[in-house]
Design a protein around this ligand. Structure first.
Ligand SMILES: CSC[C@@H](O)[C@@H](O)C(=O)COP(=O)(O)O
Length: 345
């Protein structure tokens, strides 16, 4: 299985996803600036992977800070935290991981600096390890709603490349493969940055899973033909009422699924659920450069001076979601009540 993020001998490595599937290159991330750049430019992307990278990134940012005074150290820590937080706005895992690192620092304010730094490194490693366990559990829970010979449509990439292992939406597919079930996948190409074409079809075919690539505009046809039994996508932030932000195009897929009576699920770890965001209207949607649309991958496909709207995500209203596959089970409507229950609130 591919390894998106590797921390080895004090060094952080990521697969540069902007080069996939043509070149599978691992690069080293040496400091917070390189981490920021990797997240911003989508060298590392996908909600859980962004969180893990940021946790390592903040550690790399402070590991050489020499300040005996805790307040001075914490000031520098906070500056790097704010800097990394500004890399991308939508996936809540970024903020979740950085807040977790923040809590760790504050819990050790009376300890010597070298101990604080060691603890930060351990916390980042733990965040990655926990994500692997969580994704496996998402896979096991998702497997409960899959049957042999089913066909699943997915959008964007919520697989191994978006997490530490297995992914979220693709985790049930990997579990099914482990159990010897035959699950077919339709991967939406996912305009404009082609995460479905470049990443999902790449990682699934590498794993020997039956995957068929379609352009986004073909999803309706394959559904109409009766070729899709279920839709599972990942997500970047689930609001308290169950509205879910995911890669642009997901909302359209959910509407198509509804029109064809196909169950639509999202898969997400609890670190993606944000009870502080009331509804999908409160989720900040990243808008990206117009270059991605008019000259994606270097080829000009539109007049250079044309007006462009390029939101990276959209919000699927909770009414269209049949369930949220999490590590603790499949959460169903009413989400405003049931999500809180899972949090023990
Ligand atoms: C398990 S990843 C879930 C989401 O982060 C994924 O579906 C997605 O939308 C990723 O968008 P990206 O812009 O590639 O970071």
């Amino acid at each position: 299985m591919l390894q998106t993020i590797k921390y080895d001998g004090g060094k952080l490595y990521i697969i540069d996803q902007t080069k996939l599937p043509v070149v599978n290159e691992t690069i080293e991330i040496k400091n917070a600036e390189e981490c920021f750049d990797a997240i911003k430019r989508l060298k590392i992307r996908g909600a859980p992977a962004i969180g893990i990278a940021a946790a390592y990134g903040i550690f790399l940012g402070v590991k050489d800070v020499e300040e005996d005074d805790f307040d001075k150290f914490y000031k520098k820590f906070t500056k790097i935290k704010e800097y990394l937080s500004s890399s991308r706005p939508t996936a809540v895992n970024l903020f979740w991981a950085l807040n977790r690192m923040d809590k760790k620092v504050l819990s050790l304010k009376d300890r010597p600096l070298h101990e604080i730094k060691e603890a930060l490194e351990e916390e980042a490693v733990l965040i990655q390890k926990e994500d692997e366990d969580v994704c496996r559990k998402i896979g096991e829970n998702g497997l409960k709603i899959l049957k042999d010979n089913m066909s699943v449509l997915t959008h964007c990439n919520a697989g191994v490349l978006a997490a530490s292992k297995y992914g979220t939406a693709l985790a049930p597919i990997y579990m099914a493969k482990e159990k010897g079930l035959n699950i077919k996948v339709f991967a939406d190409e996912t305009r404009p940055l082609l995460q479905g074409a470049r990443l999902t079809s790449f990682e699934l075919s590498q794993a020997g899973i039956d995957v068929t690539l379609i352009t986004d505009s073909m999803a309706a046809v394959v559904m109409k033909k009766g070729w899709v039994d279920m839709v599972i996508t990942g997500c970047d932030r689930v609001a308290a009422n169950g509205d879910a932000a995911n890669k642009i195009g997901t909302y359209g897929v959910a509407l198509l699924a509804k029109a064809h009576n196909i169950p639509f699920y999202i898969a997400a770890p609890f670190s993606t659920i944000d009870l502080n965001t009331s509804t999908g209207d409160d989720i900040v949607i990243e808008e990206r450069d117009k270059e991605e649309i008019i000259r994606g991958f270097g080829v000009q496909t539109a007049p250079l001076n044309i007006k462009v709207f390029n939101p990276a995500f959209d919000v699927t209203p909770h009414e269209l979601i049949n369930g949220i596959i999490t590590e603790k089970g499949i959460v169903r409507a009413p989400y405003d009540i049931n999500l809180k229950k899972y949090f023990g609130l």
